[in-house]
Design a binder for this molecule. Structure first.
Ligand SMILES: [Zn+2]
Length: 278
């Protein structure tokens, strides 16, 4: 895997071919990795780190629970794996349900059958839990991991103030339609998290998916989220059903959806706002 230099101490891979974006922050004596993709690509990512630094990898900082970011944890099992408390709790819960031994095997079978091109990335999948958690913030040498929910309830960003650089995780799908249908996704929290990022001293943003960008991309997405919020809440006040809210054609134009991502995201948002507006 190729790692491109983003700023003084930050490198990243944003080609998106083998999972979510990943990167590293070079600290005084060691290295912190950000996200881990899938088992096979996570191992490839780990192997690529010595091509840009001799320092040992001591930390893996997770932005959120989705498999394209955390199924590669096992390649960093010797490191301190850091996540928001809710991310670890959700992983512990999943080990009793969808990731319980028989179910995990069924999930892999399902991937082999329905997404055969992705299946090789999952080979050898073993769930590895975070070893450290935090509620609001986690600080390391020149790095701040900050809880910013919206995409999921346990989402976080990795801020390197000295480099004016930020890993946004999946709060930002740069130049593409976001996946906003996770059961814990909350568009109001997402809007607040966009605003929090705009207040940070940041030039370069490594999104969870898509190319490296700047705050201009956050502004574009924030405007669209706000416009949809105004429009959809108005529809809900008028008694619109979920179907009506999803098929409504009055939302402003935005990036093309990948598959049914737009529909499932809007469906979820309708349920969130409907619940809040009762
Ligand atoms: Zn995600």
């Amino acid at each position: 895997m190729r790692l491109d230099q983003i700023s003084d101490r930050v490198y990243a891979n944003c080609d998106g071919e083998t999972g979510g974006n990943v990167g590293i922050v070079i600290m005084e004596d060691s290295v912190a990795a950000v996200d881990a993709q899938y088992p096979v690509s996570g191992a490839d990512f780990r192997k690529s780190i010595p091509t840009v630094t001799d320092k040992p990898v001591t930390h893996l900082l997770l932005t959120h629970i989705h498999g394209d970011h955390i199924f590669g944890n096992q390649a960093f099992e010797d490191c301190e794996i850091v996540s928001h408390r809710r991310l670890r709790e959700k992983m512990e819960g999943n080990l009793m349900t969808e990731w319980a031994p028989g179910n995990l095997e069924r999930m892999l079978e399902d991937i082999r059958e329905n997404r055969p091109e992705r299946a090789p990335l999952f080979e050898g999948l073993r769930i590895v839990l975070p070893s450290s958690t935090y509620d609001e913030r986690y600080a390391l040498d020149g790095i701040e991991v900050i809880h910013l929910p919206g995409h999921t309830d346990g989402s976080a960003v990795v801020y390197i103030p000295g480099d004016r650089t930020l890993f946004a995780g999946d709060l930002l799908f740069a130049k593409t339609f976001p996946w906003a249908g996770d059961p814990t996704a909350d568009p109001d929290e997402w809007i607040d998290s966009f605003k929090a990022i705009l207040r940070m001293d940041v030039d370069a943003i490594v999104p969870g998916h898509g190319p490296v960008c700047d705050k201009g991309e956050i502004e574009i997405q924030l405007e669209w989220f706000k416009a949809v919020r105004g429009e959809m809440r108005g529809l809900i006040s008028g008694g619109a059903t979920q179907e009506e809210a999803v098929s409504h054609d009055g939302y402003p134009g935005f990036y093309e959806s990948i598959g049914d991502r737009r529909e499932r995201s809007l469906r979820h948002w309708h349920s969130v706002w409907k619940r809040k507006m009762i």
